[in-house]
Ligand binder design. Structure first.
Ligand code: SF4
Length: 449
C-alpha cells in the first residue's frame, strides 16, 4: 500500500506564497512522492512550476522564490489514476479559459471519471492529461457562467467518488470537499492569511495555529473581498476514510476530529487485551506500528523494544521493481541483541499484500527470534479501495480467499491477531457511522464506472 496526494493552498498579502506552499508540501510528502507542483497568481500573471520527484527536488527553492504573487496552490502526487510518467498529469493542472487562468489540485479518486470524460469528449472538449482530476477542471470551466456556488453544486451532483480540491481562478481561491467527506481538508484563517491543507501538520509547520476542518460538502471562497463559506451539498452518508487514522495521516495531527496518535495507541491497547501467548517483548514495525506497539506495551506491561532501526538513507529512486524483495532488508536493520531468543509480539498497522510482513518476520527469525507473533492494528484488508488509495485488486490482497490461519501461514508467523471490525467501530464511537470501512467489508458507496 502506498500513499496518494497532498494539497496545500495559501492566500496572503504578507508572505510570498511559493516558499510557504513548498514548505507545506514538504510536510505532506508522506502522501505522495512521484511529483510536485505549485501554481501562483500575482494579479496579472500565472506562474506554474512542477516536476517529477520529491518536493525539495521537484521544486528547488531558487526557482520557487521567483513565483511572485499573493495566492497559490500546490500538490504532491502519488498516482492512483492516470499515467504516473506523463508530465501533463503532474498537478496543479492548469488551463486558460474564458480569459482566466485556472489551476486545480485534487486529492482523491473519482469513480465515474471515465463516464464523465466520454461525455465531455463528445462535447468537443480536449483533454491534456489522463488524470481523472482534469474531468473536474472541465466541468468547472463548462459552468463558468454560473455563480460559484451553483457551479460547485453541479459538480457535486455529477462527480462520484472522493475529492478534496483546491481551485485557483486568477485571484480567487476555492476549496471544496465532497459531500461524503472521504478525504480530509483543513483550513486556517488568521493574521490576514488563509491557508488550506490536506493535513494539520503542514499548516502548523507554516506558522498557523487555529486550524479547523472544512465540512463535507462545504465550499470556501477566498478573494479580494474576503472569505465566504457555503454548504453546497449534504449527504446522509458520510464516508471518511478510516485508513487516514490507521496509517496515512501524520500522527501529530487530528483527522476527522480524532487525534491520530491517541487513536493508534488505543488500537494497540485493544490488541494487547486479545493476547493469549507468552510474549517477552513488543516490537513495532517502524514507523507504521510504533504507536500501536506503545499502546500494546502499556496495556500488557510487556516491555516495548526497538527490534529494528531504519536505514534513513534508502531513497525510493534506486530501488528497482526487481529489487522489491530486497527493499525491506535495505530499509530495516534488526538489532540482534534485542530480538535473539525472544518471543516477540510484532506490531504493525495493517497487512495489504503480505510480502513486507513475511520479509520482516524472516529477518527476525534469521536474527535469532524464538517466536514471532504478528499483531495488526486494523481488520484484514479484503477489498480494493476506489477512493484514492492504492490498495490493489482483490487477488493481490493476502487476505483474499484466506482465513486468519491461512494468512498466518502465508506470512510465516507463529500466530496472527487482527483488530476486529467491531473494535474499530468502538474506537470511533459515537461517530462510527461516519467512516468508510469498504476495504475491510466491501460496502463501497460507489464503484468505478
Ligand atoms: S476503502 Fe479503505 S482506504 Fe479506501 S477510503 Fe474506504 S477506508 Fe479508506
Amino acid at each position: 500500500m502506498r500513499e496518494y496526494c497532498g494539497i496545500f493552498g495559501l492566500y496572503s498579502k504578507k508572505r510570498e506564497p511559493g516558499p510557504v506552499i513548498r514548505t507545506g508540501l514538504f510536510h505532506l510528502q508522506h502522501r505522495g512522492q512521484e511529483s510536485a507542483g505549485i501554481a501562483v497568481f500575482n494579479g496579472k500573471n500565472f506562474k506554474v512550476l512542477k516536476d517529477f520527484g520529491l518536493v525539495l527536488e521537484a521544486l528547488p527553492y531558487e526557482k520557487v522564490k521567483t513565483l511572485k504573487g499573493f495566492v497559490g496552490i500546490g500538490h504532491t502526487r502519488y498516482s492512483t489514476a492516470g499515467d504516473k510518467d506523463k508530465f501533463n498529469n503532474i498537478q496543479p493542472i492548469q488551463i486558460f479559459a474564458h480569459q482566466r487562468y485556472i489551476a486545480l489540485a485534487h486529492n482523491g479518486n473519482l469513480t465515474n471519471a471515465n463516464t464523465l470524460r466520454r461525455a465531455l469528449l463528445e462535447e468537443g472538449r480536449v483533454f491534456h492529461s489522463t488524470s481523472d482530476s482534469e474531468v473536474i477542471l472541465h466541468l468547472y470551466t463548462k459552468y463558468m457562467n454560473l455563480p460559484a456556488t451553483e457551479r460547485f453544486k453541479l459538480i457535486s451532483n455529477m462527480v462520484e467518488g472522493a475529492y478534496s480540491i483546491l481551485i485557483l481562478e486568477n485571484d480567487a481561491l476555492f476549496a471544496f470537499r465532497d459531500k461524503h467527506g472521504t478525504r480530509p481538508l483543513m483550513m486556517a484563517n488568521e493574521n490576514g492569511e488563509v491557508a488550506f491543507s490536506s493535513e494539520e501538520g503542514a499548516l502548523r509547520a507554516t506558522g498557523f495555529k487555529n486550524i479547523e476542518e472544512i465540512k463535507a460538502g462545504e465550499l470556501v471562497i477566498v478573494n479580494q473581498r474576503g472569505i465566504s463559506r457555503h454548504i453546497i451539498d449534504t449527504s446522509d452518508k458520510k464516508n471518511q476514510c478510516v485508513f487516514e487514522l490507521i496509517y496515512f495521516a501524520r500522527p501529530d495531527g487530528t483527522v476527522f476530529g480524532k487525534p491520530v496518535y491517541a487513536f493508534r495507541r488505543e488500537s494497540g491497547k485493544i490488541l494487547a487485551k486479545k493476547e493469549r501467548f507468552n510474549i517477552d517483548i513488543v516490537v513495532p514495525v517502524p514507523d507504521s506500528g510504533i504507536m500501536a506497539a506503545l499502546g500494546y506495551s502499556e496495556e500488557s506491561k510487556i516491555p516495548l523494544e526497538f527490534g529494528f532501526i531504519r536505514n534513513h538513507y534508502v531513497g525510493r529512486s534506486f530501488i528497482a521493481p526487481s529489487q522489491r524483495g530486497e527493499k525491506v532488508r535495505m530499509k530495516l536493520i534488526p538489532i540482534r541483541n534485542v530480538v535473539q531468543g525472544k518471543s516477540i509480539a510484532l506490531v504493525d498497522d495493517s497487512i495489504v499484500r503480505g510480502t513486507t510482513s513475511r520479509q520482516i518476520i524472516r529477518l527476525l527469525r534469521e536474527n535469532g527470534a524464538k517466536e514471532v507473533h504478528m499483531r495488526i492494528a486494523s481488520p484484514p484488508v479484503r477489498f480494493p479501495c476506489y477512493f484514492g488509495i492504492d490498495i490493489p485488486t482483490r487477488e493481490e490482497l493476502i487476505a483474499h480467499g484466506r482465513d486468519i490461519e491461512g494468512i498466518k501461514e502465508a506470512i510465516e508467523a507463529d500466530s496472527l491477531i487482527y483488530l476486529d471490525i467491531e473494535d474499530l467501530y468502538k474506537l470511533l464511537s459515537p461517530q462510527e457511522a461516519q467512516f468508510c470501512y469498504s476495504c475491510f467489508i466491501g460496502n463501497h458507496i460507489y464503484k468505478p464506472r
